[in-house]
Design a protein around this ligand. Structure first.
Ligand code: PMP
Length: 402
């Protein structure tokens, strides 16, 4: 093969001029000195409760694999079977030629699972969350967003160009005041169903009543409730017993479902509209059909996983019994231990790692300044002994940190 030749841009147009690079390096150094530099760890094993990472064998409380499906043999087999049947790539976006029968079947199965008319699948939850608001609202619209919403919802709201009002976390009184003062025709309330860094559940019934009273849409991101909460894992909205034409469901398929992807579900009219207007659905290659094939099997496993959900609830109760007063109030698989200081959170995470336990430290800007924490994620796949090990290590190490 011929050696590649590279053209050098004139310095004046290069983004990599020495001063630009130096400014970036200085900012990276500053992040490091404030204990805010983010790092990836290389994992050299499947997503199980025991993983191998950078030469160490670690008991992991770091994944969102809440039902223990990410490395499930039935799904691994289904992936191989799906690749044989469908190949590995969809080859095009949904509206060109990438929408296969298995995507269609998955969308219908997801819609009926959450009790909606129709659904659209996306390659990731991030894409799904930037898909809805820009399609439903424009510059004259108003969005009412919980202050602790996931970053992808923040970005989706910004992309819509609507006016964004952020209300204090789960504060429906503050939300009501904002709604009452609004003169916009198009309004949308948006909230995580289960908050990703706190683990608490949004007051969904109250949010829906406010949406009804003020004629607003209600978009709920159920990334962490889908598969875990509600009858047969149908999610936090089903758990609250809610149904409404105003409700737009969003959930990810890379957490409890163990694979990747996401979906939006709602009334036929809203889904028809998104199909016309939602840029992250229209202008991107459809997810590999082999994944849609696996996801159909994952959905069947979720529906049938009451035993796993029961085991998960037992592990949650065990952890909370073992660490009284130490964890933020949460009844879900996300159990945060508030530390406050960034460096102290990193140190606690490092101390656990020394003990062969992986619990990530979460720092700003993912969480508000001064609220750095350890985010413990439990899975149905954790054993009682594994949770006992975590409790013992936290009892030993957390006094100094919190
Ligand atoms: N919403 C929430 C609440 C999340 O926690 C996440 C993932 N961290 C997403 C959306 C994005 O989902 P995905 O990872 O599928 O892009």
């Amino acid at each position: 093969m011929a050696a590649a030749t590279f053209k050098t841009l004139p310095l004046s147009t290069s983004p990599n001029s020495p001063s630009t690079l130096q400014a970036l390096r200085e900012q990276l150094d500053r992040l490091e000195s404030e204990s805010l530099l983010r790092r990836r760890r290389v994992v050299n094993s499947p997503c199980l409760t025991e993983v191998n990472s950078e030469g160490a064998s670690l008991l992991s409380f770091a994944s969102n694999d809440y039902l223990g499906l990410a490395a499930h043999p039935v799904l691994a087999e289904s992936a191989a079977e799906g690749a044989k049947r469908w190949g590995v790539g969809s080859g095009a976006s949904h509206l060109v030629s990438g929408h296969t029968a298995v995507h269609e079947a998955l969308e219908q199965a997801l819609a009926s699972f959450v009790g909606c008319d129709a659904a659209l699948v996306f390659s990731t939850g991030y894409l799904a969350n930037i898909a809805v608001m820009p399609a439903l609202l424009g510059r004259n619209g108003e969005i009412f967003a919980d202050r602790l919403n996931h970053a992808s919802l923040v970005d989706g709201a910004l992309l819509s160009r609507a006016t964004v009002h952020r209300y204090a976390h789960n504060d429906t009184t503050a939300l009501e005041k904002l709604l009452a003062a609004s003169t916009a025709r198009d309004k949308l309330i948006v909230s995580d169903g289960v908050f990703s860094m706190d683990g608490d559940v949004a007051p969904l019934g109250e949010l829906l009543s406010l949406a009804e009273r003020h004629d607003a849409w209600l978009l709920i991101d159920d990334a962490h409730g889908f598969g875990v909460l509600g009858p047969q894992g149908r999610g936090s909205i089903a758990s609250a017993g809610l149904r409404s034409d105003r409700l737009i469901h969003m959930a990810t398929l890379g957490k409890a479902a163990g694979v990747s992807g996401a979906f939006i579900a709602g009334t036929r009219t809203v889904m028809d509209w998104l199909l016309q207007k939602s840029r992250p659905y229209i202008f991107t290659t459809a997810m590999p059909p082999m994944l849609a094939h696996v996801l159909l099997h994952a959905l069947a496993l979720i529906e049938d996983a009451d035993d796993r959900r029961h085991a998960l609830m037992q592990r949650i109760a065990q952890l909370r019994r073992g660490l009284p007063g130490k964890l933020l109030p949460s009844t879900t698989a996300i159990q945060p231990l508030l530390v406050g200081d960034n460096a102290a959170a990193l140190q606690l995470s490092a101390a656990l790692r020394e003990n062969g336990i992986w619990v990530p430290a979460i720092r700003p800007p993912t969480v508000p300044a001064g609220t750095a924490r350890l985010r413990i994620s439990l899975s149905a796949a954790h054993t009682e002994d594994q949770v006992a090990r975590l409790v013992a290590a936290l009892v030993q190490h957390s006094e100094a940190a919190t």
